[in-house]
Write a protein that binds this ligand. Structure first.
Ligand SMILES: Cc1cc2nc3c(=O)[nH]c(=O)nc-3n(C[C@H](O)[C@H](O)[C@H](O)COP(=O)(O)OP(=O)(O)OC[C@H]3O[C@@H](n4cnc5c(N)ncnc54)[C@H](O)[C@@H]3O)c2cc1C
Length: 471
């Protein structure tokens, strides 16, 4: 990845997250001279892996939706001639509450049948709900403001569920995976939840063999094969503008590059408040960004365990700590055993447990991050002891990440996992658009449309590439 640097490019992309990489690869494939500038020493943003004592840990992303050949990621990879070996997760997930649990099958029809058997009095309503939900999902792919989108654009997911169901336990089951989008059912937009959930239920959840870095590296390699240039360990420091035109970018190391078009795959707060001169940006646009709220962040625990502990029975999925999903005391753990899916992630039949933990503490209230990390490690291991009482005796590697860690590696404000929170007022037409007040500056990634998650940011990067090519 040693580029022969030019001073002028057709397109410069800030950030080698998945949206930046996909956008860059489409542009490079179409003959554009593209430079991607990335602050970290590896590409991928949240879609990266790290190695400790032979264990390969995925830093954040656990699985990717829509990798089948007819779905968004699958089609995109085919267009770019990228081959990645995926394993489809089956069951897709498991949902666990203190009083009951449900395994979510890999096929959506099997899931609907399972729910109908479990909630026979809601059988007809389940058919109408899933018909509507899938219709809404399809509508999100249309360029026009379809009537389905208009119907649901102002509703939270809870409000949508209340239209169809009265059974509280069924509503809990259908809401239990909200952690994948970051806002609880009474806050998350119905459209946002639909995009995420139907994508996983209908188009499948997939794991790239070898870990998520394999997925990222395959895209980055294709970008390079198409003559794209990527500068790692290079932080963009300034965006130079004249009127409503972006002229150039300077890096922390003092290099300056110019281009006809710029794409920002980084946090818009950084793009417009930190990288640009004061007064360079339209005031009303800045005010809009200022009032928007970022999504949640998480605590993550990564454990490398010996081969003796039996983890076959530990189900991958959400473990809610309360039976009431709507209340703020509902915390959850997302537990996975990646070595149950791909044993090559650990040496000598050893195993990995990875846990994502929802947080009540707000970023700005945490003063001592070292103490916070320590407290959260103990809390999470204590929870795992419910399933593996002697887990402490089997740990060979332990690492952890706090919102501060997530910020450090990606510069997403407060370690936001999903860009802006996916609330009604920040989704769909209310999210930041790809275009900006600058004629030649576009936004791609989870801070813009269609939203967070790898499948969505693949779509975002692809869309922006098409906008640039048609510009
Ligand atoms: C804990 C966690 C678990 C998740 N699990 C999943 C999952 O299982 N499945 C899923 O689909 N999604 C998951 N997500 C969400 C998903 O990871 C993100 O929505 C997605 O990866 C965002 O991609 P992106 O391209 O928008 O940007 P990012 O991944 O945020 O990448 C932005 C890039 O820009 C770089 N950058 C920032 N500032 C600068 C600068 N000034 N100069 C140069 N470079 C810069 C960063 O270093 C980074 O590489 C998870 C997120 C988290 C945090």
């Amino acid at each position: 990845m040693n580029p022969k640097k030019k001073s002028k490019y057709d397109v410069i992309i800030l950030g080698a997250g998945i949206a930046g990489l996909i956008c860059g690869t489409f542009l490079a494939k179409n003959g554009k001279k593209v430079l991607i500038i990335e602050q970290h020493n590896i590409p991928g943003g949240y879609c990266t892996s790290f190695k400790r004592k032979g264990f390969i840990f995925d830093a954040a992303v656990h699985h990717i939706g829509g990798c089948g050949k007819w779905s968004v990621v699958g089609r995109c990879l085919k267009e770019l001639d990228i081959n990645i070996n995926f394993l489809q997760l089956d069951p897709m997930d498991s949902i666990n509450f203190p009083s009951f649990s449900v395994d979510v099958p890999a096929e959506i029809d099997d899931y609907v049948d399972l729910l109908k058997k479990r909630f026979p009095s809601e059988s007809e309503k389940l058919s109408s709900f899933f018909k509507e939900f899938i219709g809404l999902y399809r509508a999100t792919f249309s360029a026009e403001r379809n009537k389905m989108l208009i119907k649901y654009q102002d509703l939270t997911y809870k409000e949508m569920l209340d239209i169809f169901f009265t059974n509280e336990q069924l509503k809990m089951v259908l809401s239990a995976q909200w952690g994948y989008i970051g806002s609880p059912p009474h806050e998350v937009s119905a459209i946002g939840m639909c995009q995420m959930l139907v994508n996983y239920l209908k188009d499948g959840a997939f794991f790239p063999v070898g870990g998520t870095q394999i997925f990222t590296d395959a895209i980055a390699q294709k970008f390079i094969d198409y003559d794209g240039q990527i500068m790692l360990s290079s932080r963009a420091n300034n965006l130079l503008t004249e009127g409503n035109i972006t002229k150039g970018v300077t890096t922390e190391k003092g290099e300056t590059f110019s281009a006809d078009i710029f794409v920002s795959n980084i946090d818009p707060r950084q793009t417009f408040f930190c990288l640009m001169e004061e007064n360079a940006v339209d005031d009303s646009y800045l005010r809009k960004i200022e009032t928007m709220k970022e999504s949640v962040s998480f605590f993550l625990l990564y454990l490398g365990l010996d081969s003796k502990v039996d983890l076959k029975g530990l189900k991958r999925g959400f473990y809610h700590t309360s039976n009431n999903i709507s209340f703020s005391d509902n915390g959850w753990f997302y537990i996975s055993v990646p070595t149950n899916v791909d044993s090559c992630l650990a040496p000598d039949k050893k195993q990995i447990i990875s846990v994502v933990v929802s947080l009540k503490d707000s970023y700005d209230d945490i003063e001592d991050w070292v103490a916070f990390k320590d407290k959260m490690k103990k809390y999470t291991i204590c929870y795992l002891e419910n399933f593996i009482p002697n887990i402490q005796d089997h740990i060979e590697v332990i690492d952890a990440a706090t919102p501060k860690t997530l910020y450090r590696y990606t510069l997403n404000s407060k370690g936001a996992a999903y860009g802006w929170a996916v609330t009604v007022d920040q989704t769909w037409s209310n999210r930041l658009q790809h275009t900006t007040p600058f004629k030649n500056l576009f936004l791609a990634g989870h801070w813009t449309n269609p939203g967070p998650g790898i499948c969505a940011v693949v779509s975002s990067g692809w869309r922006v590439a098409n906008m640039v090519l048609n510009n």
